[in-house]
Ligand binder design. Structure first.
Ligand SMILES: NC(=O)c1ccc[n+]([C@@H]2O[C@H](COP(=O)([O-])OP(=O)(O)OC[C@H]3O[C@@H](n4cnc5c(N)ncnc54)[C@H](OP(=O)(O)O)[C@@H]3O)[C@@H](O)[C@H]2O)c1
Length: 343
């Protein structure tokens, strides 16, 4: 459960990185150092800080290393303030990986989605070559590698979301690069018999970015909400981080894929109507709902961990309060309305 409102970024980061009791029981099985590749993005601090705090709570001596290019050195500060070591590495220049110590547990958050339309070659390189170079550096480690629900095509809403067996036949270069990421990770894991769990995430949400922020901002600005892509799944970023860390236990050879999202299939129209009520603003819509959408079924992962505990109604309430109070947002729209795969 989230509080009624979250007032500032330190409180938000504290809540996002709060480890649950199951993670505190799990973390002593994670070997030091835990290396998190691609930690400089939107999710890295939440994952690294949750691991750090879980280890502290369990009395487990675990060094957590956040590795990324960290082009902006300021991005390192919040990690280091929490006792998380940062290392600057470029996974497209694999010799830089020698800076990292040996590790038996690795999480890869490396990826690139936005800007694909302008520079598709970079999207393919970051999503395929970069994580594969990571596997070549750590073939013996247990791996959790992030993928995306975009690997599936749009599926009929009535079907209840794609399961992991659904053919990976999506539309658009980003989504196909994400399929290639999974295939090449599997190929790389074969030679080293690397154990790996691949997590297909659908929309992490917190108060500075995500589908709920995008919809709330449109309503707050008096813009119509596009319902052409009428349904979506998401998950509170803190719940996603907890599952990412505990999925080290699901790493096996050959790698297995798991959908990572909340099981609720959310209607854009219903969510926008509720956010408009919470924001005390009118809402208008544009576009036509279609019978298909990008949706995943997380039953396989839920069978291991149970349903994600944070209610999405709480996230909506906190999002509306945050936007009303003028809380900082990242200005990284998810473009959830896109149906042609062009990001
Ligand atoms: N957030 C979501 O809602 C969502 C949804 C679906 C899937 N995912 C997947 O989950 C993962 C984490 O999500 P995120 O939102 O944190 O992604 P993100 O914001 O795009 O972060 C990924 C990070 O990877 C790092 N990176 C890129 N190229 C690199 C390179 N050559 N060497 C080292 N690091 C590099 C970048 O940090 P530097 O610039 O510091 O290198 C970048 O910020 C991604 O793989 C994404 O595909 C996320």
């Amino acid at each position: 459960m989230l509080p009624d409102a979250i007032c500032d970024e330190p409180q938000l980061d504290r809540i996002l990185g709060e480890p649950g009791p199951k993670l505190v029981r799990f973390i002593p099985g994670v070997r030091s150092p835990l290396v998190i590749l691609g930690a400089g993005g939107k999710m890295g601090l939440t994952v690294a800080s949750m691991a750090r705090r879980a280890a502290d709570a369990a009395g487990h001596r675990l060094e957590v290393i956040a590795a990324s290019r960290f082009g902006d050195p300021e991005r390192r500060r919040p990690f280091e303030e929490q006792g998380i070591r940062t290392e600057s590495v470029d996974l497209l220049a694999p010799e830089t990986l020698r800076r990292l110590p040996e590790a038996a547990d690795v999480i890869s958050l490396v990826g690139l989605k936005f800007g694909t339309a302008q520079d598709p070659a970079m999207t393919w390189a970051v999503n395929t070559l970069a994580p594969v170079h990571g596997v070549h550096r750590y073939p013996e480690a247990r791996w959790v590698a992030l993928s995306t629900g975009n690997v599936y095509p749009q599926v009929p809403v009535a079907q209840g979301g794609a399961t992991e067996e659904h053919p990976l036949t999506p539309v658009g270069e980003y989504a196909n690069a994400a399929v290639a990421r999974e295939r090449l990770l599997e190929f790389a894991s074969r030679s080293g018999r690397t154990r790996m769990a691949v997590l297909r995430l659908n929309y992490a949400v917190e108060l500075r970015y995500g589908v709920l922020v995008d919809i709330a901002l449109r309503i707050a600005r008096g813009e119509p909400v596009d319902i052409s892509n009428g349904w979506f799944n998401c998950i509170w970023q803190g719940d996603a981080a907890d599952r990412i860390l505990r999925s080290l236990d699901l790493a096996e050879h050959p790698p297995r894929a798991f959908n990572l999202c909340h099981g609720d299939l959310l209607s854009v129209r219903t969510v926008a109507t509720e956010l408009a009520r919470l924001l005390d603003r009118p809402v208008s819509f544009t576009g036509q709902e279609s019978g298909t959408a990008l949706l995943s079924n997380p039953s396989r992962l839920d069978a291991h961990f149970g349903p994600p505990p944070t209610p999405l109604a709480d996230v909506m309430r906190c999002t509306a309060r945050w936007i009303t109070a003028g809380g900082r947002v990242l200005n990284r729209p998810t473009r959830f309305e896109v149906r042609d795969g062009r990001y």
